[in-house]
Design a protein around this ligand. Structure first.
Ligand SMILES: Cc1cc2nc3c(=O)[nH]c(=O)nc-3n(C[C@H](O)[C@H](O)[C@H](O)COP(=O)(O)OP(=O)(O)OC[C@H]3O[C@@H](n4cnc5c(N)ncnc54)[C@H](O)[C@@H]3O)c2cc1C
Length: 256
């Protein structure tokens, strides 16, 4: 276990103890970190343990939904967004979902043989924003920008999104196994004339498929997304299936 454990009891204290994040490993649900420590791949010197930080919970404030970074993935199932719920219920199994957190899902990097961070797809499709602190102070930015940027030195505090009011579609491809990781996830949402497309499970982070949003041509999803090879599926298979999944998700918008 870590040589030094920091246990904040408020969000403010968590931000202060985190500082610029230098040399600090953030511990949320530990579903990724604990196996890494057990396998000897990670030996943290200083750990920021968030379990008492109060950074959990879902609230609705006017038309804005706020999801604390320490909210367990299980709390999103049947929660305020049907689209997010649809992806949350596929993360791991019940035991994993009760420990796994939203912040941990957003900050997850690719595993040894699989991609992670499934929630990125619905969060991008719904135009969610991430509030984080660390180097350079607090900032709020779209999920896709947070994921595309340098996440080291950032402590995620919460995710916020406008209460969903439009139509959505979702497709996931995975093997039949309780612990299976996704081969690909596609989430689409339309509000008024605008369309947003999020893709996860095909590479190290979730991505917004802007070209396909503009053209509405499912093949254009590959202009923004670069599928990878891993133990779950080949890049080639993912490249073939992604446009199919996107076409099906877009069809759901038509029929919703
Ligand atoms: C059997 C099994 C099945 C799984 N299946 C899936 C799946 O289907 N889909 C999927 O997406 N994932 C899956 N996972 C991976 C993992 O459970 C989830 O991604 C989970 O949401 C990670 O959250 P956590 O709180 O456990 O993260 P942790 O293990 O606590 O942390 C993960 C990473 O995020 C960082 N971190 C955590 N919280 C913050 C924060 N607030 N600010 C900054 N950095 C932070 C940590 O420092 C670490 O680098 C699975 C894991 C297991 C063990």
């Amino acid at each position: 276990m870590p040589a030094e454990a920091l246990v904040p009891t408020s969000a403010e204290e968590a931000a202060r103890l985190y500082g610029d994040g230098e040399g600090v490993v953030v511990f949320a649900g530990g579903t990724i970190l604990l196996p890494e420590i057990s396998a000897g791949r990670l030996k943290p010197e200083r750990a920021l343990m968030l379990h008492k930080s109060g950074l959990d919970g879902i609230s609705t404030d006017g038309g804005t939904i706020r999801i604390g970074a320490m909210t367990p993935v299980s709390a999103l199932v049947g929660g305020p967004s049907e689209l997010i719920s649809r992806f949350a219920e596929n993360v791991g199994d019940g035991e994993v979902r009760r420990s796994a957190t939203v912040g941990g899902n957003l900050c997850a990097t690719a595993g040894v043989g699989a991609q992670r961070g499934d929630l990125g797809a619905p969060l991008i499709a719904l135009g969610a924003r991430v509030r984080s602190t660390g180097k350079g102070g607090e900032r709020t930015e779209p999920v896709e920008d947070f994921l595309a940027g340098d996440r080291s030195g950032r402590l995620v505090l919460e995710v916020e999104l406008d209460a969903p009011s439009g139509k959505w579609g979702a497709e996931t491809l995975r093997r039949r196994h309780a612990h299976s990781y996704a081969i690909a996830n596609v989430a689409v949402a339309s509000n008024g004339g605008g369309l947003r497309i999020g893709v996860s499970g095909v590479g190290p982070t979730a991505v917004r498929a802007r070209a396909a949003e503009q053209s509405r041509n499912p093949d254009d999803v590959l202009r923004d997304v670069e599928p990878v090879d891993d133990a779950v599926a080949s890049a080639e298979y993912r490249r073939k299936m992604l446009p199919v999944l996107l076409r099906r998700a877009l069809d759901q918008l038509e029929t919703a």
